[in-house]
Ligand binder design. Structure first.
Ligand code: HEC
Ligand code: HEC
Ligand code: HEC
Ligand code: HEC
Length: 378
Protein backbone atom coordinates (compact mmCIF):
# COMPACT_ATOMS: atom_id res chain seq x y z
CA UNK A 1 0.00 0.00 0.00
CA UNK A 2 2.82 2.42 0.88
CA UNK A 3 4.46 1.63 -2.46
CA UNK A 4 1.23 2.34 -4.29
CA UNK A 5 0.87 5.76 -2.64
CA UNK A 6 4.44 6.63 -3.50
CA UNK A 7 4.10 5.64 -7.14
CA UNK A 8 0.90 7.62 -7.37
CA UNK A 9 2.79 10.68 -6.13
CA UNK A 10 5.70 10.07 -8.45
CA UNK A 11 3.59 9.30 -11.51
CA UNK A 12 2.81 12.90 -12.51
CA UNK A 13 6.46 13.82 -12.09
CA UNK A 14 7.56 11.00 -14.36
CA UNK A 15 4.97 11.99 -16.92
CA UNK A 16 6.07 15.63 -16.86
CA UNK A 17 9.73 14.70 -16.92
CA UNK A 18 9.42 12.29 -19.86
CA UNK A 19 6.87 14.18 -21.96
CA UNK A 20 8.67 16.60 -24.27
CA UNK A 21 5.56 18.55 -25.25
CA UNK A 22 6.27 22.29 -25.54
CA UNK A 23 3.06 23.22 -23.68
CA UNK A 24 3.40 23.06 -19.88
CA UNK A 25 1.11 20.56 -18.18
CA UNK A 26 -1.88 22.22 -16.51
CA UNK A 27 -1.73 21.74 -12.72
CA UNK A 28 -5.43 20.81 -12.60
CA UNK A 29 -4.65 17.78 -14.74
CA UNK A 30 -3.63 15.76 -11.66
CA UNK A 31 -6.72 13.84 -10.65
CA UNK A 32 -7.34 13.43 -6.90
CA UNK A 33 -5.92 10.20 -5.57
CA UNK A 34 -8.56 9.64 -2.93
CA UNK A 35 -12.33 9.41 -2.78
CA UNK A 36 -13.77 12.86 -2.02
CA UNK A 37 -17.10 11.63 -0.65
CA UNK A 38 -15.39 9.15 1.66
CA UNK A 39 -12.97 11.86 2.73
CA UNK A 40 -15.83 14.18 3.63
CA UNK A 41 -17.29 11.54 5.96
CA UNK A 42 -14.00 11.31 7.85
CA UNK A 43 -13.77 15.11 8.00
CA UNK A 44 -17.28 15.32 9.48
CA UNK A 45 -16.45 12.69 12.06
CA UNK A 46 -12.95 13.67 13.15
CA UNK A 47 -11.60 16.93 11.76
CA UNK A 48 -14.58 19.26 11.49
CA UNK A 49 -14.32 20.78 14.97
CA UNK A 50 -10.88 22.25 14.27
CA UNK A 51 -10.52 22.45 10.48
CA UNK A 52 -14.15 23.00 9.48
CA UNK A 53 -15.66 21.18 6.54
CA UNK A 54 -14.10 23.66 4.12
CA UNK A 55 -10.66 23.30 5.76
CA UNK A 56 -10.61 26.74 7.37
CA UNK A 57 -8.94 26.54 10.77
CA UNK A 58 -11.31 27.42 13.60
CA UNK A 59 -8.61 28.88 15.86
CA UNK A 60 -5.57 31.16 15.51
CA UNK A 61 -3.07 28.31 15.68
CA UNK A 62 -4.90 25.84 13.44
CA UNK A 63 -3.72 25.73 9.82
CA UNK A 64 -6.04 26.06 6.84
CA UNK A 65 -6.19 22.85 4.83
CA UNK A 66 -8.53 23.93 2.01
CA UNK A 67 -6.77 24.02 -1.36
CA UNK A 68 -3.49 22.86 0.19
CA UNK A 69 -1.41 20.54 -2.04
CA UNK A 70 -2.71 17.02 -1.74
CA UNK A 71 0.78 15.52 -1.64
CA UNK A 72 1.69 17.89 1.19
CA UNK A 73 -1.39 16.96 3.23
CA UNK A 74 -0.45 13.30 2.77
CA UNK A 75 3.13 14.00 3.88
CA UNK A 76 1.90 15.91 6.92
CA UNK A 77 -0.57 13.22 8.03
CA UNK A 78 1.97 10.46 7.49
CA UNK A 79 4.48 12.54 9.44
CA UNK A 80 2.14 12.62 12.44
CA UNK A 81 1.40 8.90 12.02
CA UNK A 82 5.06 7.90 11.97
CA UNK A 83 6.13 10.46 14.57
CA UNK A 84 8.54 12.43 12.35
CA UNK A 85 6.20 15.34 13.02
CA UNK A 86 5.16 15.77 16.63
CA UNK A 87 1.86 17.02 17.96
CA UNK A 88 0.06 14.98 20.59
CA UNK A 89 -3.53 15.52 19.38
CA UNK A 90 -2.73 15.05 15.69
CA UNK A 91 -0.55 12.01 16.35
CA UNK A 92 -3.40 10.41 18.27
CA UNK A 93 -6.03 11.33 15.67
CA UNK A 94 -4.03 10.27 12.65
CA UNK A 95 -3.07 6.96 14.23
CA UNK A 96 -6.77 6.11 14.19
CA UNK A 97 -6.96 6.61 10.42
CA UNK A 98 -6.55 3.82 7.88
CA UNK A 99 -4.31 4.27 4.86
CA UNK A 100 -7.46 4.76 2.74
CA UNK A 101 -8.83 7.37 5.20
CA UNK A 102 -5.59 9.32 4.89
CA UNK A 103 -5.72 9.32 1.09
CA UNK A 104 -9.39 10.25 1.05
CA UNK A 105 -9.17 13.05 3.60
CA UNK A 106 -6.12 14.56 1.88
CA UNK A 107 -7.94 14.52 -1.46
CA UNK A 108 -11.05 15.98 0.15
CA UNK A 109 -9.39 18.98 1.82
CA UNK A 110 -7.18 19.62 -1.22
CA UNK A 111 -10.38 19.92 -3.28
CA UNK A 112 -11.83 22.64 -1.03
CA UNK A 113 -11.47 26.36 -1.74
CA UNK A 114 -8.43 27.88 0.04
CA UNK A 115 -9.40 30.19 2.88
CA UNK A 116 -7.73 33.23 4.37
CA UNK A 117 -7.25 33.63 8.09
CA UNK A 118 -8.22 37.27 7.67
CA UNK A 119 -6.12 40.38 7.23
CA UNK A 120 -2.97 40.43 9.31
CA UNK A 121 -2.71 43.44 11.58
CA UNK A 122 1.08 43.57 12.01
CA UNK A 123 3.61 45.40 9.88
CA UNK A 124 5.23 42.47 8.01
CA UNK A 125 8.41 44.53 8.18
CA UNK A 126 10.76 44.75 11.16
CA UNK A 127 11.86 48.29 10.26
CA UNK A 128 8.28 49.57 10.09
CA UNK A 129 7.31 47.80 13.32
CA UNK A 130 10.52 49.10 14.93
CA UNK A 131 9.74 52.71 14.05
CA UNK A 132 6.44 52.51 15.94
CA UNK A 133 8.07 50.83 18.92
CA UNK A 134 10.89 53.42 18.97
CA UNK A 135 8.59 56.43 19.35
CA UNK A 136 9.68 56.92 22.96
CA UNK A 137 13.40 56.85 22.09
CA UNK A 138 13.41 59.79 19.71
CA UNK A 139 13.39 62.47 22.41
CA UNK A 140 16.98 61.58 23.34
CA UNK A 141 18.40 59.55 20.43
CA UNK A 142 16.66 61.48 17.62
CA UNK A 143 13.76 59.89 15.79
CA UNK A 144 16.17 58.94 12.99
CA UNK A 145 18.71 57.68 15.54
CA UNK A 146 20.97 60.74 15.18
CA UNK A 147 21.05 62.23 18.66
CA UNK A 148 21.68 65.94 19.15
CA UNK A 149 22.04 65.61 22.91
CA UNK A 150 25.65 65.69 24.18
CA UNK A 151 26.42 62.56 26.19
CA UNK A 152 23.74 60.52 24.42
CA UNK A 153 24.93 58.09 21.75
CA UNK A 154 23.58 58.07 18.21
CA UNK A 155 22.08 54.74 17.19
CA UNK A 156 21.61 55.27 13.45
CA UNK A 157 23.38 52.74 11.26
CA UNK A 158 24.79 50.62 14.11
CA UNK A 159 24.75 46.84 13.69
CA UNK A 160 21.38 45.49 14.79
CA UNK A 161 23.15 42.76 16.78
CA UNK A 162 25.03 45.35 18.84
CA UNK A 163 21.90 47.44 19.47
CA UNK A 164 19.99 44.34 20.57
CA UNK A 165 22.82 43.31 22.91
CA UNK A 166 22.94 46.77 24.45
CA UNK A 167 19.18 46.79 25.10
CA UNK A 168 19.30 43.32 26.62
CA UNK A 169 22.26 44.33 28.80
CA UNK A 170 20.34 47.34 30.11
CA UNK A 171 17.33 45.15 30.71
CA UNK A 172 19.16 42.52 32.77
CA UNK A 173 21.21 45.28 34.41
CA UNK A 174 24.59 43.87 33.28
CA UNK A 175 25.05 47.31 31.72
CA UNK A 176 24.06 49.78 34.38
CA UNK A 177 22.28 52.97 33.40
CA UNK A 178 19.28 54.27 35.30
CA UNK A 179 17.74 56.09 32.33
CA UNK A 180 18.06 53.23 29.87
CA UNK A 181 16.92 50.59 32.36
CA UNK A 182 13.55 52.37 32.55
CA UNK A 183 13.37 52.73 28.76
CA UNK A 184 13.80 49.03 28.00
CA UNK A 185 11.98 47.61 31.02
CA UNK A 186 8.72 47.03 29.16
CA UNK A 187 10.18 45.90 25.82
CA UNK A 188 9.95 42.20 24.91
CA UNK A 189 12.39 40.43 22.61
CA UNK A 190 10.42 41.01 19.40
CA UNK A 191 10.07 44.74 20.18
CA UNK A 192 13.81 45.06 20.87
CA UNK A 193 14.67 43.21 17.65
CA UNK A 194 12.32 45.46 15.69
CA UNK A 195 13.79 48.61 17.24
CA UNK A 196 17.32 47.37 16.49
CA UNK A 197 16.31 46.76 12.85
CA UNK A 198 14.79 50.24 12.66
CA UNK A 199 17.77 52.19 14.00
CA UNK A 200 20.22 50.02 12.02
CA UNK A 201 18.38 50.99 8.85
CA UNK A 202 18.76 54.75 9.46
CA UNK A 203 21.53 56.77 7.82
CA UNK A 204 24.03 58.07 10.38
CA UNK A 205 25.17 61.69 10.17
CA UNK A 206 28.24 63.22 11.81
CA UNK A 207 27.62 65.03 15.10
CA UNK A 208 28.13 68.78 14.80
CA UNK A 209 29.79 69.29 18.21
CA UNK A 210 33.57 69.16 17.71
CA UNK A 211 35.53 67.19 20.28
CA UNK A 212 37.81 68.82 22.83
CA UNK A 213 40.84 66.65 22.06
CA UNK A 214 43.16 66.44 19.07
CA UNK A 215 42.25 64.04 16.25
CA UNK A 216 45.88 64.07 15.06
CA UNK A 217 47.11 62.97 18.46
CA UNK A 218 44.29 60.43 18.72
CA UNK A 219 44.89 58.66 15.42
CA UNK A 220 48.03 56.69 16.42
CA UNK A 221 46.38 55.77 19.72
CA UNK A 222 43.44 54.29 17.83
CA UNK A 223 45.72 51.86 15.98
CA UNK A 224 45.07 48.99 18.35
CA UNK A 225 41.32 49.60 18.27
CA UNK A 226 40.94 49.17 14.52
CA UNK A 227 41.11 45.37 14.61
CA UNK A 228 37.64 45.31 16.19
CA UNK A 229 36.13 48.74 15.50
CA UNK A 230 37.57 49.20 11.97
CA UNK A 231 40.47 51.55 11.12
CA UNK A 232 38.07 54.47 10.54
CA UNK A 233 35.66 53.35 13.25
CA UNK A 234 33.38 51.40 10.88
CA UNK A 235 32.95 48.08 12.59
CA UNK A 236 32.46 45.03 10.40
CA UNK A 237 31.45 42.87 13.34
CA UNK A 238 27.81 42.36 14.28
CA UNK A 239 28.50 42.65 18.04
CA UNK A 240 30.98 45.55 17.98
CA UNK A 241 29.75 49.15 17.76
CA UNK A 242 30.94 51.57 15.09
CA UNK A 243 32.57 54.64 16.60
CA UNK A 244 32.86 56.95 13.56
CA UNK A 245 30.93 60.20 14.02
CA UNK A 246 29.72 59.23 17.51
CA UNK A 247 29.21 61.90 20.17
CA UNK A 248 32.49 63.03 21.77
CA UNK A 249 31.18 63.44 25.28
CA UNK A 250 29.58 60.00 25.17
CA UNK A 251 32.79 58.38 23.86
CA UNK A 252 34.91 59.93 26.61
CA UNK A 253 32.43 59.04 29.35
CA UNK A 254 32.16 55.46 28.06
CA UNK A 255 35.91 54.90 27.75
CA UNK A 256 36.37 56.13 31.31
CA UNK A 257 33.61 53.76 32.41
CA UNK A 258 35.35 50.79 30.81
CA UNK A 259 38.73 51.80 32.20
CA UNK A 260 37.50 52.47 35.72
CA UNK A 261 34.96 49.63 35.93
CA UNK A 262 31.68 51.55 35.51
CA UNK A 263 30.85 49.51 32.40
CA UNK A 264 31.88 45.89 32.65
CA UNK A 265 33.70 44.46 29.63
CA UNK A 266 36.98 42.60 30.06
CA UNK A 267 38.42 43.29 26.58
CA UNK A 268 37.58 46.99 26.64
CA UNK A 269 38.93 47.34 30.17
CA UNK A 270 42.22 45.78 29.06
CA UNK A 271 42.39 48.00 25.97
CA UNK A 272 42.01 51.18 27.98
CA UNK A 273 43.99 50.24 31.08
CA UNK A 274 46.46 53.02 31.88
CA UNK A 275 45.28 55.38 29.14
CA UNK A 276 45.23 58.90 30.63
CA UNK A 277 42.21 61.25 30.37
CA UNK A 278 43.81 63.63 27.79
CA UNK A 279 44.51 60.67 25.52
CA UNK A 280 40.92 59.48 25.84
CA UNK A 281 39.84 62.93 24.63
CA UNK A 282 42.26 62.63 21.71
CA UNK A 283 40.98 59.17 20.75
CA UNK A 284 37.41 60.49 20.92
CA UNK A 285 38.40 63.46 18.73
CA UNK A 286 39.81 61.07 16.12
CA UNK A 287 36.60 58.99 15.93
CA UNK A 288 34.29 62.03 16.01
CA UNK A 289 36.12 63.34 12.94
CA UNK A 290 35.47 60.17 10.91
CA UNK A 291 32.52 60.11 8.53
CA UNK A 292 29.93 57.65 9.93
CA UNK A 293 28.72 54.85 7.67
CA UNK A 294 25.74 52.55 7.95
CA UNK A 295 26.66 48.97 8.86
CA UNK A 296 26.00 46.54 6.01
CA UNK A 297 22.64 44.83 6.26
CA UNK A 298 23.19 41.09 6.24
CA UNK A 299 19.55 40.01 6.15
CA UNK A 300 16.24 41.13 4.73
CA UNK A 301 14.07 43.17 7.07
CA UNK A 302 10.69 42.73 5.37
CA UNK A 303 8.52 39.65 5.04
CA UNK A 304 8.23 40.32 1.35
CA UNK A 305 12.03 40.29 0.88
CA UNK A 306 12.26 36.98 2.71
CA UNK A 307 9.44 35.62 0.56
CA UNK A 308 11.61 36.09 -2.54
CA UNK A 309 13.85 33.39 -1.05
CA UNK A 310 11.02 31.23 0.24
CA UNK A 311 8.93 31.27 -2.91
CA UNK A 312 11.57 29.29 -4.81
CA UNK A 313 9.91 26.37 -3.06
CA UNK A 314 6.65 27.80 -1.70
CA UNK A 315 5.66 29.79 -4.78
CA UNK A 316 2.86 28.78 -7.11
CA UNK A 317 5.31 27.61 -9.75
CA UNK A 318 7.04 24.97 -7.64
CA UNK A 319 5.50 21.61 -8.44
CA UNK A 320 8.66 19.62 -7.84
CA UNK A 321 7.32 16.38 -6.33
CA UNK A 322 10.60 15.74 -4.51
CA UNK A 323 10.21 19.02 -2.59
CA UNK A 324 6.54 19.29 -1.71
CA UNK A 325 6.34 22.70 -0.09
CA UNK A 326 2.91 23.78 1.18
CA UNK A 327 1.11 26.99 0.24
CA UNK A 328 1.62 29.59 2.99
CA UNK A 329 -0.68 32.40 1.82
CA UNK A 330 -3.63 33.07 4.10
CA UNK A 331 -2.46 30.81 6.92
CA UNK A 332 -3.01 32.25 10.41
CA UNK A 333 -0.11 34.32 11.80
CA UNK A 334 0.10 32.31 15.02
CA UNK A 335 0.30 29.02 13.13
CA UNK A 336 3.07 30.27 10.81
CA UNK A 337 5.00 31.63 13.80
CA UNK A 338 4.74 28.28 15.55
CA UNK A 339 5.75 26.29 12.43
CA UNK A 340 8.82 28.46 11.77
CA UNK A 341 9.86 28.45 15.43
CA UNK A 342 9.50 24.66 15.50
CA UNK A 343 11.82 24.32 12.47
CA UNK A 344 14.35 26.76 13.93
CA UNK A 345 14.43 24.90 17.22
CA UNK A 346 14.53 21.46 15.60
CA UNK A 347 11.13 20.46 17.03
CA UNK A 348 9.81 19.95 13.53
CA UNK A 349 12.33 18.36 11.25
CA UNK A 350 12.83 19.07 7.57
CA UNK A 351 16.36 19.70 6.39
CA UNK A 352 15.52 22.45 3.87
CA UNK A 353 13.30 24.28 6.34
CA UNK A 354 15.72 23.96 9.23
CA UNK A 355 18.38 25.63 7.11
CA UNK A 356 15.94 28.45 6.25
CA UNK A 357 14.75 28.81 9.84
CA UNK A 358 18.10 28.82 11.60
CA UNK A 359 19.10 32.48 11.03
CA UNK A 360 15.63 33.92 11.66
CA UNK A 361 15.10 36.11 14.74
CA UNK A 362 11.74 36.16 16.52
CA UNK A 363 11.03 39.50 14.85
CA UNK A 364 11.91 38.11 11.39
CA UNK A 365 9.53 35.21 11.97
CA UNK A 366 6.79 37.61 13.03
CA UNK A 367 7.29 39.77 9.90
CA UNK A 368 7.31 36.75 7.58
CA UNK A 369 4.17 35.33 9.21
CA UNK A 370 2.37 38.68 8.93
CA UNK A 371 3.38 38.88 5.28
CA UNK A 372 2.18 35.45 4.25
CA UNK A 373 -0.99 35.64 6.35
CA UNK A 374 -1.91 38.80 4.46
CA UNK A 375 -1.43 37.29 1.00
CA UNK A 376 -4.53 36.16 -0.89
CA UNK A 377 -4.58 32.35 -0.87
CA UNK A 378 -4.25 30.72 -4.28
C1 HEC B 1 -8.31 19.39 18.23
C2 HEC B 1 -8.19 20.16 17.02
C3 HEC B 1 -7.82 19.39 15.75
C4 HEC B 1 -8.48 18.31 15.19
C5 HEC B 1 -9.72 17.60 15.69
C6 HEC B 1 -7.75 18.02 13.96
N1 HEC B 1 -6.71 18.88 13.80
FE1 HEC B 1 -5.42 18.89 12.25
N2 HEC B 1 -4.32 20.33 13.17
C7 HEC B 1 -4.64 20.93 14.37
C8 HEC B 1 -3.52 21.75 14.80
C9 HEC B 1 -3.45 22.61 16.06
C10 HEC B 1 -2.51 21.61 13.81
C11 HEC B 1 -1.10 22.20 13.83
C12 HEC B 1 -0.20 21.17 14.49
C13 HEC B 1 1.27 21.41 14.35
O1 HEC B 1 1.75 22.48 14.71
O2 HEC B 1 1.96 20.49 13.83
C14 HEC B 1 -3.06 20.71 12.81
C15 HEC B 1 -2.36 20.33 11.66
C16 HEC B 1 -2.88 19.51 10.68
C17 HEC B 1 -2.22 19.22 9.44
C18 HEC B 1 -0.90 19.81 8.98
C19 HEC B 1 -1.21 21.05 8.16
C20 HEC B 1 0.01 21.83 7.74
O3 HEC B 1 -0.19 22.90 7.14
O4 HEC B 1 1.14 21.40 7.98
C21 HEC B 1 -3.03 18.38 8.74
C22 HEC B 1 -2.78 17.81 7.36
C23 HEC B 1 -4.18 18.12 9.57
N3 HEC B 1 -4.07 18.83 10.74
C24 HEC B 1 -5.22 17.31 9.22
C25 HEC B 1 -6.23 16.91 10.10
C26 HEC B 1 -7.18 15.89 9.81
C27 HEC B 1 -7.23 15.10 8.53
C28 HEC B 1 -7.98 15.79 10.90
C29 HEC B 1 -9.11 14.79 11.12
C30 HEC B 1 -8.72 13.42 10.96
C31 HEC B 1 -7.53 16.76 11.87
N4 HEC B 1 -6.46 17.42 11.36
C32 HEC B 1 -8.11 17.00 13.09
C33 HEC B 1 -5.82 20.76 15.07
C34 HEC B 1 -6.71 19.72 14.86
C1 HEC C 1 15.89 60.18 28.48
C2 HEC C 1 16.82 60.00 27.39
C3 HEC C 1 16.80 58.62 26.70
C4 HEC C 1 15.72 57.95 26.18
C5 HEC C 1 14.27 58.38 26.15
C6 HEC C 1 16.26 56.74 25.59
N1 HEC C 1 17.60 56.69 25.76
FE1 HEC C 1 18.85 55.21 25.10
N2 HEC C 1 20.43 56.12 25.96
C7 HEC C 1 20.37 57.30 26.67
C8 HEC C 1 21.68 57.56 27.26
C9 HEC C 1 22.05 58.75 28.11
C10 HEC C 1 22.51 56.47 26.88
C11 HEC C 1 23.97 56.20 27.31
C12 HEC C 1 23.89 55.32 28.53
C13 HEC C 1 25.20 54.65 28.89
O1 HEC C 1 26.16 55.37 29.14
O2 HEC C 1 25.26 53.41 28.94
C14 HEC C 1 21.70 55.61 26.05
C15 HEC C 1 22.17 54.45 25.45
C16 HEC C 1 21.43 53.65 24.61
C17 HEC C 1 21.97 52.55 23.85
C18 HEC C 1 23.41 52.07 23.81
C19 HEC C 1 24.09 52.68 22.61
C20 HEC C 1 25.58 52.45 22.54
O3 HEC C 1 26.19 52.94 21.57
O4 HEC C 1 26.17 51.79 23.42
C21 HEC C 1 20.93 51.98 23.18
C22 HEC C 1 20.97 50.78 22.24
C23 HEC C 1 19.74 52.75 23.49
N3 HEC C 1 20.09 53.76 24.36
C24 HEC C 1 18.48 52.49 23.01
C25 HEC C 1 17.34 53.20 23.39
C26 HEC C 1 16.01 52.82 23.02
C27 HEC C 1 15.65 51.62 22.16
C28 HEC C 1 15.16 53.74 23.57
C29 HEC C 1 13.65 53.78 23.48
C30 HEC C 1 12.94 52.57 23.88
C31 HEC C 1 15.97 54.69 24.29
N4 HEC C 1 17.29 54.31 24.16
C32 HEC C 1 15.48 55.79 24.97
C33 HEC C 1 19.29 58.14 26.80
C34 HEC C 1 17.99 57.81 26.43
C1 HEC D 1 38.98 42.86 20.90
C2 HEC D 1 38.10 43.75 20.21
C3 HEC D 1 38.09 45.21 20.63
C4 HEC D 1 39.16 46.06 20.64
C5 HEC D 1 40.59 45.76 20.24
C6 HEC D 1 38.64 47.35 21.07
N1 HEC D 1 37.29 47.26 21.29
FE1 HEC D 1 36.06 48.76 21.89
N2 HEC D 1 34.50 47.47 21.95
C7 HEC D 1 34.54 46.13 21.63
C8 HEC D 1 33.25 45.53 21.89
C9 HEC D 1 32.87 44.08 21.63
C10 HEC D 1 32.42 46.57 22.40
C11 HEC D 1 30.98 46.45 22.91
C12 HEC D 1 31.12 46.11 24.37
C13 HEC D 1 29.87 46.26 25.16
O1 HEC D 1 28.82 45.73 24.75
O2 HEC D 1 29.94 46.91 26.24
C14 HEC D 1 33.26 47.77 22.41
C15 HEC D 1 32.80 49.02 22.84
C16 HEC D 1 33.51 50.19 22.75
C17 HEC D 1 32.96 51.49 23.00
C18 HEC D 1 31.54 51.81 23.38
C19 HEC D 1 30.79 52.31 22.16
C20 HEC D 1 29.32 52.43 22.33
O3 HEC D 1 28.65 52.86 21.37
O4 HEC D 1 28.79 52.10 23.39
C21 HEC D 1 33.99 52.38 22.85
C22 HEC D 1 33.92 53.88 23.01
C23 HEC D 1 35.16 51.62 22.47
N3 HEC D 1 34.84 50.30 22.41
C24 HEC D 1 36.40 52.16 22.22
C25 HEC D 1 37.55 51.42 21.94
C26 HEC D 1 38.87 51.97 21.84
C27 HEC D 1 39.19 53.43 21.98
C28 HEC D 1 39.70 50.94 21.58
C29 HEC D 1 41.22 50.97 21.42
C30 HEC D 1 41.92 51.59 22.50
C31 HEC D 1 38.91 49.73 21.51
N4 HEC D 1 37.62 50.07 21.74
C32 HEC D 1 39.40 48.47 21.23
C33 HEC D 1 35.63 45.45 21.12
C34 HEC D 1 36.91 45.96 21.03
C1 HEC E 1 14.34 24.46 -0.54
C2 HEC E 1 12.90 24.60 -0.51
C3 HEC E 1 12.30 25.48 0.57
C4 HEC E 1 12.62 26.80 0.84
C5 HEC E 1 13.64 27.70 0.15
C6 HEC E 1 11.74 27.20 1.92
N1 HEC E 1 10.92 26.17 2.28
FE1 HEC E 1 9.45 26.22 3.72
N2 HEC E 1 9.05 24.25 3.38
C7 HEC E 1 9.67 23.45 2.44
C8 HEC E 1 9.14 22.10 2.54
C9 HEC E 1 9.56 20.92 1.69
C10 HEC E 1 8.17 22.13 3.58
C11 HEC E 1 7.35 20.98 4.13
C12 HEC E 1 8.16 20.41 5.24
C13 HEC E 1 7.42 19.48 6.13
O1 HEC E 1 6.76 18.57 5.63
O2 HEC E 1 7.51 19.68 7.37
C14 HEC E 1 8.15 23.50 4.08
C15 HEC E 1 7.32 23.93 5.11
C16 HEC E 1 7.20 25.23 5.54
C17 HEC E 1 6.26 25.71 6.53
C18 HEC E 1 5.22 24.89 7.25
C19 HEC E 1 3.88 25.14 6.60
C20 HEC E 1 2.75 24.36 7.16
O3 HEC E 1 1.67 24.44 6.60
O4 HEC E 1 2.96 23.69 8.18
C21 HEC E 1 6.47 27.05 6.68
C22 HEC E 1 5.72 28.01 7.61
C23 HEC E 1 7.53 27.42 5.78
N3 HEC E 1 7.96 26.30 5.11
C24 HEC E 1 8.03 28.69 5.62
C25 HEC E 1 9.13 29.03 4.84
C26 HEC E 1 9.75 30.33 4.82
C27 HEC E 1 9.27 31.53 5.62
C28 HEC E 1 10.81 30.27 3.96
C29 HEC E 1 11.79 31.37 3.60
C30 HEC E 1 12.46 32.02 4.72
C31 HEC E 1 10.85 28.90 3.43
N4 HEC E 1 9.82 28.20 4.00
C32 HEC E 1 11.76 28.46 2.49
C33 HEC E 1 10.62 23.84 1.52
C34 HEC E 1 11.23 25.09 1.48
Amino acid sequence: MKKLTLSLILLPMLLTACGKQPTPAAPEATAPKGDLAAGKIVAEAKCFSCHGLDGKGTGPDIPNLGGQKEAYLLNALNGYRTGTRQHAALQQLSSELTEADVNNIAAYYASQKPASAGAATGAADTVVAGKAAAAACGACHGMDGNSKMPGTPSLAGQHPGFLLNAMQDYKDNSRKDAIMAVQVAKLDKVAMENIAAYFAAQTPVARDKPAAGSATAGEPLSGKCGGCHGQQGHSADEKTPSLAGQDAQYLVKTMKNYRDGGRAHAEMKAMLAGVKDPDLANIAAFYVAQQPKQALATQPTAGQQWAERCDKCHGATNDNPAMVAPHLAGQPVAYLVKALTDYREGKRVQSAMHAMGAPLSDADIQAIAEYYAGQPPK
